[in-house]
Design a protein around this ligand. Structure first.
Ligand SMILES: [Zn+2]
Length: 415
């Protein structure tokens, strides 16, 4: 026997076993950071009589939710941005999560509104909800305003002014790589808030929350309910209410986590059974289709519809038709809806070449369809008269691409 040849081979197999063992242990470490909003000198929102503070409810619920998660999943590491009534800067909260290499970040808050009738629970993920409501922007403004209590906030947040709508433009073109997971987690938690805690369903939304902006993992911000509403304040402040709200977060996490594990396991199986030459399955293509009776058509059909539209089927100039299919197509996004709008919806009146694409369970409505950036920008201005937040989106081969990149590419080709 030739030991010289055998030894390296044995060593190699030993190393392989070690490597697999290490990567398995590493994969099992799942870290959740739970962030109780506000604290210390920052009470957060307050009840009408100023006796009940958001910071206290958030802390109790955050700690209890973490405890419940740990009880149900001893293998999950739960960390907190604060465990006591102390002031923690927004950027520090995100830093804690990033440093812990957290897999999830859950920020816990209570809502408030001037109108005392507003009530219900909602979960936010980072972004700019096109056609967003003033209420969502207000929630973001209110939560972001805590940076005003920080020293040097102007430097720390690069001139971000929490009260200025213009500052929120940074969230407009944001393409968060964690958006899909964030929305999945948000939906799991929101569902529980409506069932376990029986809160009124205000839905899952996107808005520009600074605390989520700085985290590099799927992140959500939970608004448990309105402290400004007398009845809801009672619930938020009661032991029973806090327990139900904590359970909602823990159960929501539980459902998300189970789905995640299922996905990972099936992905592992696919990997094992797949022949070596097989590459990874491509990510789900963004489903998009033209508004028509085919709105409920299968995704394949939907994609064909969009590709046809992008090929210039609806374009008016011959010049555009000559462009290859890989050309960038610009459209103007003006509205987002959680449900499909009927083709005769008054919201779509007067707009041409209306189409939509589906992303993370929301329908994003666009109008226009051109390979000419200037034309797209003109159209955006027109549409902005009705939809003031209308903005450009870009597609290539029927797939949404980063708008900034698309504009840069266009400008390089059309100096
Ligand atoms: Zn808050």
């Amino acid at each position: 026997m030739n030991f010289d040849k055998l030894l390296p081979r044995r060593l190699f197999s030993l190393l392989t076993v070690l490597f697999v063992a290490i990567s398995l242990t590493a994969a099992e470490e799942f870290v959740v950071v739970i962030d109780a909003g506000h604290g210390g000198k920052d009470p957060g929102a307050q009840s009408a009589n100023r006796r009940v503070n958001e910071k206290d409810i958030a802390l109790k619920v955050a700690l209890r939710a973490g405890e419940l998660i740990r009880n149900a999943h001893p293998e999950v590491t739960v960390k907190y941005t604060r465990r006591t009534d102390v002031f923690v800067e927004l950027k520090e909260r995100a830093r804690i999560a990033n440093k812990a290499k957290a897999d999830l970040f859950i920020s816990v808050h209570c809502n408030a509104a001037e109108g005392r009738k507003a009530h219900g629970a909602e979960v936010f993920v980072l972004g700019s909800e096109e056609g967003r409501t003033q209420a969502n922007l207000n929630a973001a403004k209110r939560e972001n305003s805590v940076i005003l209590l920080e020293k040097d906030y102007k430097e720390s947040y690069q001139g971000f002014d929490p009260s200025s709508p213009e500052s929120y433009i940074i969230f407009e073109y944001l393409q968060s790589e964690y958006l899909k997971e964030s929305i999945a987690l948000a939906q799991c938690v929101q569902k529980q808030l409506c069932t376990t805690a029986k809160r009124y369903d205000r839905g899952v939304h996107q808005a520009g929350f600074l605390v989520l902006y700085a985290t590099s993992m799927p992140s959500i911000l939970v608004e448990l309910g309105f402290i400004s509403n007398a009845e809801e304040e009672k619930f938020l402040n009661s032991a029973d209410g806090k327990e139900k709200l904590s359970k909602s977060i823990a159960n929501g996490f539980d459902n998300y986590y189970k789905n995640l594990k299922k996905d990972t396991q099936s992905a592992e199986k696919d990997k094992q059974s797949a022949p070596k030459t097989t590459t990874q399955t491509p990510p789900k293509t963004e489903q998009a289709n033209k508004i028509s009776d085919q709105a409920s058509a299968k995704p394949e059909q939907a994609n064909k519809n969009l590709e046809q539209a992008n090929k210039g089927q609806n374009s008016s100039t011959a010049e555009e038709e000559k462009k290859p299919a890989e050309s960038i197509v610009f459209k103007v996004q003006f509205l987002t809806s959680s449900t499909k709008l009927p083709a005769n919806s008054p919201k779509l009146k007067g707009l041409t070449e209306v189409s939509f694409y589906e992303e993370n369970g929301t329908y994003k409505y666009t109008c226009g369809n051109t390979t000419n950036l200037n034309k797209a920008q003109e159209l955006r201005k027109k549409v902005a008269a009705t939809y003031k937040d209308a903005f450009l989106v870009a597609f290539r081969g029927g797939k949404r691409i980063n708008t900034t990149d698309a504009i840069n590419e266009y400008k390089a080709l059309h100096p």
